[in-house]
Design a protein around this ligand. Structure first.
Ligand SMILES: [Zn+2]
Ligand SMILES: [Zn+2]
Length: 429
C-alpha cells in the first residue's frame, strides 16, 4: 500500500528546471504552494531536480492479450520508475482497442494499478485491418475519453481512408498518430536499406517508405485541418519534410524515440535481435538530423515506443524475431544524455520534449506543468547519479537495447497525484 503522509507534504530544497531552489508543498494531490527553501521538510531534495512528470505518447502495454510480455501493472511500474506520470497505450492488443469496451478496460486497469495515468489510444481501423474505420466516436465518448488514434505497427496506407478518418476526427478534436510506412516498399524488410543490409544480406528498409507517407499525411492534415502526429520519425528527409510542413502552418507534431536518437543501424549488424525494431535503426546522418530536429522544435516529443516482448519472441533467428525494444526505464536517461550531458540544450527543453509538449498534444491539462494549483505529477531526478544498465527492473520483458550502457543521471523519485509512485529508486506498490 502506498502510505499517505497526511494532508500536507513538504519537499524541501528541490531545484526547478530554471535553476531556482524551492520547497514544494503538496496538499490533497495538488501543489499547494511553492515557497522559499527551508530545512527540515518531510523530504529533503537537496541536489535533486524536480520536473513535471514525464508523458509518453507511445507505449505498448500488451494487455489485454499478450500478458506474458507486459501487463498494464508491470508497464505502469516500469513507467513510474522512469519518471513517467502518464502513458498512452497503443491499440495493438488482443482484442484490439477499436471499441469503447476495450478502451475502458485498459483505462480501468490503469486506474487499478494507480501508478501513472494510463490513457488508451484507439485504433483508426477495425482490428487494425486498414479497411473500415473503428468505433472512434464511441471511444471518444467513453469513460476512457480517447483522444489519439493510431494503427501503430500498421500504417493506415489507404490515402482515402486516412483522409476520411481525419475529416471525422477534426470536429471532435481527435489526433491521428501515424506509423509512417508505405507497406508495398517494405515487404520482407528487416534492417535499414544501407550499410547493414549489405553486411548482413538482410532485406533493406528504404527511407522513402517512411518519407512518402509523412509527406502524404502532412498534405492531408493541411487539407482536413486534423492534427497529425508522426510517430517515431527516423530519417533526415523525414525531419526536413516535417520542418517544411510546420513552416507552412500545417497541424502536425512529431515524435522521436530514445533508441533512434542513440543508436545507428550498425548496432543491428551482429544479429542481436534486441536491435531489431520497426522502423529500423538508421544512419549516423539520420541520427544527427533527429537530434537537430529535437533541438530546433521540428520534433516535439520523445516517445519511447516501449515495445516489450517475452524472451521466446526475441530468442529467434533475426528474420523470425519480433520487432521492438523497451524504453520506459531509460527514456529519461537518453534524453539527459542527448540534451543535457552533450551540452546542446537545457532542462527547459528537456521538460518540453519529455512532458509539456506531449501533454498539450494529448490535451492532458493535469500533466506537463509544475505550478501552484497543478496536480502534483512530478519526476525528481538526480543529475549526478551514474549507473550502468543491467536489465529491466520492472517491465516483464527484457528486450532492452541499453544493457551495458552507462548513463550519468537517473530518476530518484516520481510522484503521481501527490503520492510517491517511485521513491528512493523503488516503485511504491
Ligand atoms: Zn510504430
Ligand atoms: Zn509502437
Amino acid at each position: 500500500m502506498r502510505i499517505s503522509l497526511g494532508v500536507t507534504m513538504r519537499l524541501s530544497n528541490a531545484t526547478l528546471s530554471d535553476g531556482s531552489k524551492v520547497d514544494l508543498v503538496i496538499k490533497n494531490s495538488k501543489i499547494e504552494s511553492i515557497e522559499k527553501p527551508t530545512q527540515g521538510g518531510d523530504f529533503d531534495m537537496e541536489g535533486l531536480i524536480a520536473l513535471p512528470g514525464f508523458v509518453d505518447l507511445h507505449t505498448h502495454l500488451r494487455e489485454p492479450g499478450f500478458e506474458s510480455s507486459e501487463t498494464v501493472l508491470s508497464g505502469s511500474m516500469a513507467a513510474a520508475s522512469g519518471g513517467y506520470t502518464a502513458v498512452f497505450a497503443m491499440a495493438n492488443t488482443q482484442p484490439v482497442t477499436d471499441n469503447a469496451g476495450t478502451a475502458t478496460q485498459v483505462f480501468e486497469l490503469g486506474q487499478q494499478a494507480g501508478l501513472v495515468e494510463v490513457r488508451p489510444i484507439g485504433s483508426v481501423t477495425k482490428n487494425l485491418e486498414g479497411k473500415e474505420l473503428s468505433a472512434m466516436g464511441s471511444m471518444i465518448n467513453s469513460k476512457a475519453g480517447v483522444k489519439i488514434f493510431s494503427d501503430d505497427g500498421h500504417c493506415v496506407s489507404d490515402a482515402s481512408l486516412m483522409k476520411t478518418a481525419m475529416e471525422y476526427l477534426k470536429p471532435l478534436g481527435g489526433v491521428v498518430a501515424q506509423h509512417a510506412q508505405e507497406p508495398t516498399l517494405t515487404i520482407g524488410s528487416q534492417v535499414n536499406d544501407g550499410e547493414v543490409a549489405k553486411i548482413t544480406g538482410l532485406k533493406g528498409w528504404p527511407a522513402s517508405a517512411e518519407e512518402s507517407i509523412i509527406l502524404r499525411d502532412a498534405l492531408l492534415s493541411e487539407q482536413t485541418g486534423c492534427q497529425l502526429h508522426v510517430c517515431h520519425v527516423t530519417t533526415k528527409l523525414g525531419v526536413e519534410l516535417i520542418r517544411w510542413a510546420k513552416q507552412r502552418g500545417f497541424p502536425i507534431s512529431a515524435e522521436v524515440t530514445p533508441h533512434h536518437l542513440m543508436f545507428t543501424e550498425l548496432m543491428a549488424s551482429h544479429y542481436n535481435t534486441s536491435y531489431k525494431v520497426n522502423p529500423p535503426l538508421r544512419t549516423q546522418a539520420d541520427t544527427e538530423a533527429l537530434v537537430e530536429g529535437l533541438l530546433d522544435g521540428t520534433i516535439d516529443v520523445i516517445g519511447t515506443d516501449h515495445a516489450p516482448h517475452a524472451a521466446d519472441l526475441k530468442d529467434q533467428d533475426w528474420t523470425q524475431a519480433a520487432f521492438g525494444m523497451t524504453g520506459l526505464e531509460q527514456g529519461y536517461q537518453v534524453a539527459h544524455k542527448v540534451l543535457i550531458k552533450s551540452g546542446l540544450s537545457d532542462w527547459k527543453r528537456l521538460v518540453e520534449v519529455m512532458s509539456s509538449k506531449a501533454a498539450t498534444i494529448a490535451g492532458l491539462g493535469n500533466h506537463g506543468n509544475l505550478e501552484v494549483g497543478s496536480e502534483a505529477n512530478i519526476a525528481i531526478v538526480d543529475p549526478n547519479q551514474k549507473s550502468v544498465v543491467k536489465h529491466n527492473r520492472y517491465s516483464k520483458s527484457n528486450n532492452n537495447p541499453y544493457i551495458g550502457q552507462e548513463f550519468d543521471s537517473a530518476v530518484a523519485h516520481t510522484l503521481f497525484r501527490g503520492k510517491f509512485s517511485y521513491q528512493d529508486s523503488e516503485v511504491v506498490v
